[in-house]
Write a protein that binds this ligand. Structure first.
Ligand SMILES: Cc1cc2nc3c(=O)[nH]c(=O)nc-3n(C[C@H](O)[C@H](O)[C@H](O)COP(=O)(O)OP(=O)(O)OC[C@H]3O[C@@H](n4cnc5c(N)ncnc54)[C@H](O)[C@@H]3O)c2cc1C
Length: 321
């Protein structure tokens, strides 16, 4: 079988971005555990990204990641190359009630920029860790609003087709999902807010979100946000459960609160949040999630819990894909 170990020496000398071999991605992820990427590329700008992708062999694995706030990097690491859009993609520009943000900008910085000039409607972003790129892919949302409600248009690099733009309607947004092909690399977004309803209203809501998060979520722990997506009404109906049950309530029903495997634990504060209590491996985290899925299946005879957290890479070092 062909080994997917890509070498830095195969990349053109004209690339201006930063290339790191054996990049310790896992420890930089929100969970703070997991393996390394064979290669990490942080482009200098859009053209640099396009040039790199053009050079990069189509047969080798390529993955784009943002803040890794929604991702478990498996212990064996990621074969091929991971692209992360850093500082060169983190610009934020305000024009009237629109905000243009690079895909590497933090959601929290976008919310803060909107609040500074009194643009309403983007407050929900303040409590969602990670980058604009990750938020576009995940249709991130909270408190009844999601990316699809504020996105006007976004820009992406389509491998093989170059720069493309997509309107919100073209993104195929669903619950924590976007239907566009996985190999698209989002590079920029144009969001639209609204005039502030009352002076200081936006800042007030930002403060309220901060307090709510602090009181209800284990935000000081190493975590990845909601482990499982909220189940669909249809799945719950099939299981004979109330149609408005949330994922955390399903976890609770199978004894998930505080459930621990190795160093991984379902938070006692919010039992749909998984935490690394200190020395968890990525396998501990994934096994804990799978144990809950098994329990739910055994109890209700149907699959209700589906991972919201992405899991990427190989289980063991030296594995191929
Ligand atoms: C404490 C905490 C609270 C959270 N609360 C919420 C919440 O309320 N609501 C919510 O929706 N989420 C929440 N999350 C999850 C997470 O913040 C979001 O999913 C966020 O959008 C992930 O962004 P990221 O940049 O970290 O993406 P990553 O985890 O790095 O990647 C997530 C996905 O996006 C893709 N991706 C990343 N960047 C790009 C890009 N430039 N182009 C194309 N694809 C890309 C990756 O391939 C991957 O599939 C929470 C997480 C934590 C840790």
């Amino acid at each position: 079988m062909k080994k997917h170990v890509f070498e830095k020496s195969k990349i053109s000398e004209n690339i201006r971005g930063k290339i790191t071999e054996n990049a310790p991605l896992g420890r930089e992820s929100w969970f703070g555990c997991g393996g390394s990427a064979d290669l990490l590329f942080e482009p200098a700008d859009f053209d640099d990204l396009a040039a790199f992708v053009k050079d990069y062999p189509k047969t080798e694995p390529l993955l784009v990641l943002g803040g890794m706030a929604n991702t478990i990097i498996r212990d064996g690491g990621v074969r091929g190359c991971v692209i992360r859009l850093g500082k060169p993609f983190s610009q934020i520009e305000v024009d009237g009630y629109t905000i243009r943000a690079g895909a590497g900008a933090l959601n929290g910085s976008v919310a803060a920029a909107a609040a500074k000039v009194g643009i309403a409607g983007l407050e929900f972003l303040s409590g969602i860790p990670g980058t604009v790129g990750g938020a576009l892919r995940m249709n991130a949302g909270a408190y009844g609003r999601e990316i699809k409600d504020i996105l006007r248009v976004c820009e992406a690099l389509d491998i093989g087709r170059g720069k493309r733009t997509f309107t919100a309607a073209e993104m195929g947004f669903g619950y924590r999902s976007c239907a566009l092909p996985q190999d698209l690399i989002f590079t920029q977004a144009l969001f639209e807010g609204a005039p502030e309803d009352e002076p200081g209203g936006v800042r007030h809501r930002l403060r309220a979100i901060k307090e709510l998060r602090r009181d209800t979520q284990p935000i000081t722990e190493k975590t990845g946000g909601s482990t499982f997506a909220n189940p669909s009404a249809e799945a719950l109906r099939k299981a004979g459960l109330p149609e408005n049950l949330r994922a955390w309530q399903v976890v609770e029903r199978v004894g998930g609160r505080g459930l621990t495997i190795g160093g991984a634990q379902m938070s006692r504060k919010h039992c749909n949040f998984m935490i690394n209590t200190g020395d968890a491996t990525a396998a501990d985290l994934e096994n804990l999630g799978e144990e809950l899925r098994r329990r739910v299946y055994a109890e209700f005879g149907t699959d209700i819990l589906h991972w919201e957290i992405k899991r990427v890479g190989c289980y063991n070092k030296g594995d191929n894909l």
